[in-house]
Each structure stands twice: as C-alpha cells, then as structure tokens.
Design a protein around this ligand. Sequence first.
Ligand code: PMP
Length: 393
Amino acid sequence: MDFYEQLREELKKLEDSGLLITIRTLESAQGAWININGKKVLNMCSNNYLGLANNERLKEAAINAIKNWGVGPGAVRTIAGTMKIHEELEKKLAEFKKVEATLVVQSGFNANQAVIPTITNEEDGILSDELNHASIIDGVRLSKAKRYIWKHKDLNSLEEQLVKAQKDNCRRKLIITDGVFSMDGDIAPLPGIVELAKKYDALVMVDDAHGEGVLGENGRGIADHFNLTDEVDIEIGTLSKAFGVVGGFVAGKKVLIDYLKQQARPFLFSSSLSPAETAAALEATKTLYESNELVKKLWDNAKYFQSKLKEMGYDIGVTETPITPVMIYDEKKTKEFSSKLYEEGIFASSIVYPTVPKGKARIRVMISALHSTEDLDYALSKFEKIGKSFGVL
Ligand code: PMP
C-alpha cells in the first residue's frame, strides 16, 4: 500500500468511527447569524465571546493601520518587524492585565511554545494538569524537562507530583494549568495551586485563553477573578477569542519578557502579527478596558441558556463559564445530533475524540454577547425538539 492509500485508509477509519471532522465554509463574517452554503444559521460555535470579530471600531482601526503601515510586518520582529503599534499593543495589554510587561506572538498556541521550552531544560520539572490544552502539551513535548502529570484539578495529585519533583531535585518546578478548560468550561483551582506553589517553591503558569474577556473585572481573566494577579508568574493569552482578532501573548514580569525576546523561538523565527491584526487587537484591548458591558451581556446570556437547558433535563457537565458542553457521550450520535441541529438552522459543532476523551462526545455550545434572547430561545426550542427525538431527553 503506498503512502496515499494509507492516508485514504486512515481517513476512512476516522469516518467509520464517527471521528471525521466536517469543516464548514462560512460565506459571511462572524456574527450571531452566519451564512453557510447559502443558508442562514445561528452561530453557536465560535469563540467570539464578545462579538468583537466583526466590530466596527476594530475594523476601522485595522483599515487605518493598513493605510498607515501596509499589510505585512516585513520580517521577524528582531530583524525588521517591530513597529510602533506592536509596542503600543504590548503596553496596553500589560496595563489591562496589570502586569509589568507582555510579549505578543502569532497565536495562543505559539505563546505556549514560546514559554515552556524556553524557560525549562533537563534540570527542571513541569507539572501539567492532565486535561491541559494541546498547545501546552506540545510546548511540554518541546522541553527537555521531566514531566509530572497531575489529575485534573486535583490538588492532592498536584502535591504528590510536587513531592516527586522535589525528590528529583528539579531546579525549577513549573506548574501549568489552563485557566478555563476549553471543552468542559470548568475553572482551574488557582488559589489552591498558588498555595502549593508557595509551599514547594514552584512557578505558576496559567493559560487564560478562555478566561480573558470572560472572567475578572472587565474580562481581565482568571488571575484577576481570584485576586491573584501578583501570585501568578506567567499568563498566556490569546487575541483570537474574546479579543476577536488573532494572535497570542505572554504576560508577566519585565525580566521574563526581556528573556523571551532573546530566546523564544516563535518570536525569533516567525514573523509578527500584521499591522491590521495588531491595531485591531489594540482596539479590542481598549474596548475591554473602557467597559464591562459586553462581558456582562455574555454572562447574562450564558446563565439564561444554561439554566433553560438544565430545566429541560440536559446534562451540561461541570461548566462554570459560558462554554456549554451538551453531553451526548456517544460519538456517532453526537455527530448526528449536530447535523440535525444544522438542518434546523443551528451551527453547533460536535466535539469528539481526540479533542475530548473517547465516550465523552458532546455538542459544544458557545454563547456570545451577540446572541439576543430571541436567538437563545430559538436554539432552546430546537434543542428540546431534537433531544426528544434522539432519546436524550
Ligand atoms: N490555549 C488554550 C487553552 C486554547 O483553548 C487555545 C485555543 N483553542 C489556545 C491556547 C490556542 O489559541 P490560538 O487559537 O490563539 O492559537
């Protein structure tokens, strides 16, 4: 069997087991309603939490940046690419996050690659929650540090692993956790993690991709939510979700950011955000800085939608945030459920293995500040109808 036949066979296996991902093509901008294949559907699967992805203020900032700065950054920032707007964005993000400094890279994924292998080597130990995001897992894989995996959100398990790392005489002990777990919507036990970090002299790193724009004052994120901004050593952020644009950043002490600028490979070897992205992200940061209105709307929507689903009898797992996993468990059934929702005008993706463990398939409904109560009621009526016909309710 040649290489291409092998690939065809692998794809067929994925299809047969209900694991083949369907990628829809959008014919309109991000919004509460979008067009797919000429059909208008309610968008319930984007991470555009606050609706900023097609916001007029951000678009105008991006257009002006193109007029002033062009479309490309020229090269990696250390060689030719640092423009004044990159620095303005980093300064504003640092103010927003209440930290000394930030470093913006191309994506949240890259921000993890920029930090984890750069600040750890074979003398060190990384303590990672078992359900951490793929970009953390890959960052850990790139590091030569010893790995200590702790059970999801289990502080006893974290302590056991810290004891092991101590026995192994690790120079640095780096605890890493997602702030909000993206598939379940639960929140990391940050106060307990910080306490253990102090006890065992470890560093705390939080990937706040789904916490920014959602948790804390004006969406400052999980550290602010728990009033622990000064206790967290490294925060990872993304500009692609609540901020509505694209890009990622690292937030922390100035000396950490100075070091990353010298050593982090995604910063040194990959070009920066384009002027349009940078200016739009800056405008998003300013928007969040100025008002809590969108964050409040997001939470009002999430509470309304989730309480109605629960009343109907749906299992929405352990979520504590607007991420709403509608648990179906079986992979094939989940895919069919998602297709049925789509037929009824609702775009809500099925999430199956390997994104979540086998047998834990779900429809992941993402609530946005853009949804109106009528939109949510429309979705709820469809969930009720389809849930009954699938024997889920
Ligand atoms: N970290 C976490 C926890 C995420 O959920 C995501 C996005 N799925 C990322 C990092 C990657 O962010 P980006 O899309 O900006 O690369």
